[in-house]
Ligand binder design. Structure first.
Ligand code: CU
Length: 681
């Protein structure tokens, strides 16, 4: 990026009289602010007929200023692309004082702005005008009219022909009619490289003619589905007194939790200022997370085929995946007493676009919270766990991703990614090495990974935090451990950003404790939350590969950085065609102290996917998650005061169950079949 015509004062940007009083400085953009942004850019002469808005989002003020309660101007970041000249710019607009604060011209050498929908849409006609493309399809016995196209982010391989170009690579799939799911019929061995500014194909990779798999993948066709499973009865969730949460604009309170949320076109759902009301500390609101989001994700494919070696999709940085958020449907996407939040983003002309019901929030019963039958006192107590679910689903091409944040009564925070949709397919070629599963006759599904990066801007009881790595450790047999039963834990403080780049170790039960270096619990130990990782494989591509450089963040499960307002994205700001080295590897170069500082954790997680036959033709949801759990954050179990089911008027009782439940002092023991467990058992 080269800076042009600008100076920007980093830091406060406070402007006293021009600030916007009474507005949460982190609130999502409003339709009026998006309109104002477009108008201000237009008035400044920065828009032409061909200008498209690639991204419009809140340029978040610095955390110290927000925490200081300073009134701050509302600043919007806009990425613009002139579709005819290819000129692109990164602009900061103050909608508070209606001015352009900064304009950086993007020359493309360190990445391009993300890909537009209009570019995807232009591909079909553009390839239709290329005789060589028609010939390649004819060789395979099909015509341009029979194909659907998948325009895909190109990566950056240093090819001479691509220098300075805005490139999209295109794969073709055949479809028998408009309702036919094309992913079942890849036209493999063929890939078109297209220059989006010149509007033409500049290279065609045509390395092998494969048979096009014929079996239908139409999972929505009753004939393909087969006779319906007719033994399922409805499940309805009823909350006769309504849900237990309260919502005021973007602020939520539920049980002991308080937080706000926002929606960003790039990151999707953003949770802010997650706090827990600590009854044992007189009801004080204690901060845990300042801001949490999925700040990047990449899907690197492991198939070296000449037509597909470049397949690596950064769904946030290259595709801006929040804008593909689904409008969720009651009873289908979410079950129970649902509160929906709409998302307001900008369309490609800079006009506000509302995605209705983009965020779903509801409360779920989650089984047993705690329970004990005491053989000495006869006490028999059980409490039920609940969680608040805040989620959104986004569709990026063939895949659909759900991101679910769970807040539990006991202070646990969890983030779960749900992966579903349709596998990316290929022609199955047993001679090409073991890089794909055969999921239907002749149909391949290349091996790949889904690597998410959660950005967790932490604030455990304040901003002075540090991270300790805790491993389970065997103690050698010997003096003091004569019988060899001893084990303990090893705690290592991560002092600098270099030390903070870590891998999970499931065998050692590795946990990372985010401690407050200034606050102690009633036992004199630092208050902490622990991050528990699943520890599935990090990036499997060669460390010298292009993708390893472009997705450097995927090479570690954990990164810890000192908070910096400008460090928002694990693979850098401009990911599309970025040659690499950007994002976390660059952020951590200075090796700043992370010990007793305002820190951000970045956690890489997600499945390595060797597709199963059962994942075809539509994939049952696969899950990946991480957990943040209080570890000495509280002075004891914080859920002792959770009411019993009985005291909530939902106690189990023998009359409704009618099959042998014995209830005493609010606790029931039931014999017999399922529904005999009654309400709230
Ligand atoms: Cu997958």
């Amino acid at each position: 990026m080269t800076t042009m015509s600008t100076t920007r004062t980093r830091g406060p940007q406070r402007s006293g009289d021009r600030a916007t009083p009474g507005i949460d400085p982190l609130r999502g953009l409003t339709a009026a602010e998006i309109d104002a942004t477009r108008e201000i850019l237009g008035e400044a002469g920065l828009l032409s007929e061909q200008t498209r808005f690639v991204y419009v989002g809140l340029d978040e003020p610095a955390k110290p200023d927000v925490l200081a309660g300073i009134e701050l101007p509302r600043i919007v970041r806009a990425l613009l692309l002139d579709r005819v000249t290819g000129a692109s710019a990164d602009v900061r607009v103050s909608v508070t004082d209606r001015s352009i604060l900064r304009r950086d011209e993007i020359d493309g050498t360190n990445g391009q702005v993300p890909i537009l929908d209009v570019e995807f849409e232009a591909i079909y006609d553009l390839l239709g005008a290329e005789p060589e493309w028609h010939e390649a399809l004819a060789k395979r016995g099909i015509t341009h009219e029979q194909v659907a196209l998948a325009p895909l982010s190109a990566g950056e391989y240093g090819f001479d022909a691509e220098r300075g170009r805005r490139v999209i690579r295109v794969l073709a799939f055949m479809r028998n009619d408009e309702q036919d799911h094309c992913w079942a019929h890849p036209v493999d061995g063929l890939c078109a490289y297209v220059d989006m500014i010149e509007g033409r194909m500049f290279e065609l990779v045509d390395h092998k003619v494969y048979d096009i798999p014929v079996e239908s993948g139409n999972f929505d066709d009753p004939e393909v589905q087969g006779a319906p499973l007719d033994t399922l009865k409805p499940i309805s969730i009823t909350q006769p007194e309504g849900p237990s949460f309260a919502v005021e604009e973007d602020r939520v309170s539920w049980a002991n939790w308080r937080f706000s949320l926002a929606f960003d076109a790039r990151e999707g759902l953003v949770l802010r200022r997650i706090r827990y009301v600590d009854a044992d500390q007189g009801g004080v609101e204690r901060d845990i997370v300042y801001r949490a989001s999925i700040a990047e994700m990449v899907v690197p494919y492991g198939d070296p085929s000449p037509s597909r070696f470049w397949q690596n999709y950064f769904d946030t940085g290259e595709y801006v995946f929040g804008r593909y958020a689904n409008s969720l449907q009651l009873g289908c996407d979410c079950l129970g007493e649902i509160h929906y939040f709409d998302a307001t983003i900008a369309d490609e002309f800079g006009h506000p676009r509302v995605i209705p019901n983009a965020i779903c929030m509801h409360e779920e019963d989650y089984g047993t919270l705690w329970k004990h039958t005491d053989i000495y006192t006869g006490s028999n107590e059980v409490r039920r766990q609940r969680r608040l679910v805040i989620s959104f689903f986004t569709t990026v091409g063939n895949y659909d991703y759900g991101f679910y944040w769970y807040l539990y009564l006991d202070g646990t925070i969890e983030c779960e990614a749900k992966l579903t949709g349709v596998l990316f397919s290929s022609a199955y070629d047993p001679e090409a090495g073991d890089h794909a599963s055969e999921v239907a006759p002749g149909l391949g599904a290349p091996y790949h990974q889904h690597l998410f990066s959660a950005r967790l801007d932490m604030m455990v009881d304040g901003v002075t935090n540090a991270v300790e790595e805790v491993d389970a450790m065997r103690v050698p047999m010997g003096k003091g451990n004569e019988y060899g039963n001893a084990f303990t834990k090893r705690t290592t403080r991560l002092r600098t950003e270099a030390e903070g780049a870590r891998d999970a170790d499931p065998v050692a039960g590795r946990a990372w404790h985010i401690v407050n270096t200034e606050k102690r619990n009633r036992l004199g130990r630092p208050v902490a939350y622990e991050l528990l990782a699943q520890g599935s494989p990090t990036l499997l591509a060669d460390p010298e590969s292009v993708i390893a450089k472009r997705a450097g963040f995927t090479r570690k499960h954990l990164w810890v950085t000192r908070y910096d307002q400008d460090e928002r994205y694990p693979a850098g700001d401009l990911v599309n065609q970025n040659p690499g080295g950007d994002g976390l590897p660059r952020y951590t170069e200075a090796d700043r102290s992370i010990d007793g500082e305002d820190i951000v954790l970045w956690h890489t997680f997600g499945p390595t996917h060797f597709p199963r036959v059962e994942d075809w033709p539509v994939m049952p949801v696969d899950y990946a998650k991480f957990t943040l759990k209080p570890y000495g954050f509280f002075g004891r179990n914080p859920t002792l005061n959770v009411p019993s089911s009985e005291s909530l008027g939902m106690a189990c009782h023998t009359d409704a169950a009618g099959d042998g439940c014995q209830c005493e002092a609010g606790a029931c023991t039931c014999a017999g079949h399922g529904h005999g467990h009654g309400h709230g058992a």
